[in-house]
Design a protein around this ligand. Structure first.
Ligand SMILES: *Cc1c(COP(=O)(O)O)cnc(C)c1O
Ligand SMILES: [Zn+2]
Length: 429
């Protein structure tokens, strides 16, 4: 049996923690924690076959894009109940138009919007709610830009737990809020941005005995790291040159870095893809920190961008993300809201849509090819983190101006005027 433990990531500390406590920070220095493993001997060739065979199984655990790879997340006690909603198993789709637009790269999309609640957060949530259930937790809580809350609410009710979420007032998309309410969560609207809501939650959580499922919870990261296992399996274990993700609280990029490192160390892949993290210009603390070489995070007090999923000024996982870039190589870029809107438009022309934060990836690739940092003809995978319908307000704002995208006309319900309007519209299109 492989065994799991928690360890502080700070080099000056690095101490192991009492795993039964399930802390979300180091008890000694307050640093972030990793879930680490003493893996049983692993035979990559055999395991790859086992994972493939499980695809044919009808057992929900075998079909989950997280638990199909359970040998790489061996923190679940034998016999413990796994809370799954068949997360993962998301498609890898070629995007030829977007690839040539971005500068003649071979572009594929890993679409996490195909998860049950419509974002990649489901991968982390199945892991962390499974962990919470095994600890007898009643109340789970998070602060969120929207998708963590939809996902937490779904998995919590599935597991028979109650869900409390803190969201910034009037700052998250209606669709995401609706999902959380639909799943029966208690929603507290507080503060002007994610960081304020999160800070307050951190203060009250211990008093109220709440189990935090934000991405500082290291079990979230474990679920999320399996995206690269599934992606590489879908690619016949051939690494792309680059994997590109949007960066908000930087949990996803941290998870991808950890996943790639483990796959390399365990002998599943030869070459490690480089990781590219893309932030929105009005909310780019990590980009600025790396660009200036600052040793401490250059937090942003009033983050702003239309891509609400990455509107975060003080990313909790920035040290893990920096470590991920050290491990696998790569860089961080920042793009404007205009560049995001344009990239989203280009993706749509390939029949692939997403929420605005996800489109930051393609905008980043475009910019990096222009700058000569990503080579033409590179093999690039963009991770689209959330579903098109997560933010329909954004689409209606951007698409009814008639510049690009679809066109909307209102016609009188009378045959002659309908014919007239149609003739004109068809000619123009
Ligand atoms: C949460 C989220 C992000 C940001 O991920 P982090 O792990 O916080 O960096 C990006 N896009 C979407 C759609 C999200 O829901
Ligand atoms: Zn520590």
């Amino acid at each position: 049996m492989s065994s799991a433990y928690l360890q502080c990531i700070e080099e000056s500390c690095g101490r192991r923690q009492d795993a039964n406590e399930d802390p979300h920070a180091c008890a000694f220095c307050g640093g972030l924690l990793d879930v680490k493993y003493d893996f049983d001997p692993i035979n990559p060739k055999q395991l790859r076959q086992t994972w493939r065979q499980r695809r044919l199984s009808d057992d929900p655990i075998d079909r989950s894009g997280v638990w199909r790879f359970r040998e790489l997340v061996p923190f679940v006690d034998p016999g413990a109940k796994i809370v799954t909603l068949s997360e993962g198993f998301t498609p890898l789709v070629e995007a030829p138009r977007a690839g040539s637009w971005a500068g003649a790269v071979q572009l594929t999309i890993k679409h996490q919007g195909a998860n049950l609640t419509g974002s990649f957060k489901d991968l982390g949530m199945t892991a962390c709610i499974t962990r919470a259930l095994s600890r007898g937790v009643c109340w789970v809580a998070c602060a969120s830009t929207g998708n963590t809350s939809s996902s937490m609410a779904a998995y919590a009710t599935r597991a028979g737990m109650k869900a409390l979420l803190f969201v910034p007032f009037n700052q998250i998309s209606a669709a995401k809020l609706a999902q959380a309410l639909d799943f029966g969560a208690l929603v507290v609207e507080v503060g002007d941005n994610f960081d304020a809501a999160f800070r307050l939650l951190l203060q009250v959580a211990p008093e109220l005995g709440l189990y935090l499922v934000n991405s500082i919870n290291p079990f979230r990261i474990e679920g999320q790291k399996t995206i690269v296992v599934e992606m590489l399996e879908q690619r016949g274990w051939l690494s792309p040159d680059y994997i590109v993700v949007p960066g908000g609280n930087l949990g996803n990029s941290s998870a991808i870095g950890k996943g790639l490192r483990e796959l390399k160390d365990l002998g599943f892949i030869e070459k490690i893809p480089r990781l590219v993290i893309v932030q929105a210009a009005g909310a780019s603390p990590f980009y600025e920190t790396l660009r200036t070489g600052a040793t401490d995070l250059l937090a942003v007090d009033a983050p702003h961008t239309e891509a609400s999923a990455i509107r975060i000024g003080h990313p909790a996982n920035w040290k893990k993300a920096r470590r991920a870039l050290d491990w696998v190589g790569g860089f961080c870029e920042s793009v404007t809201d205009e560049e995001i809107a344009q990239a989203k438009c280009v993706l749509s022309q390939d029949g692939i849509a997403c929420e605005p934060a996800s489109a930051a990836t393609l905008a980043g690739v475009y910019k990096l090819v222009q700058a000569g940092k990503i080579e033409r003809n590179s093999d690039v995978v963009c991770v689209l983190t959330g579903h098109q319908l997560k933010d329909t307000d954004y689409i209606m704002r951007h698409r009814t101006a008639g510049k690009e995208g679809g066109q909307r006309i209102h016609v009188e319900a009378e045959l002659n005027s309908l014919r007239r309007e149609l003739q004109r519209a068809l000619l123009e299109k």
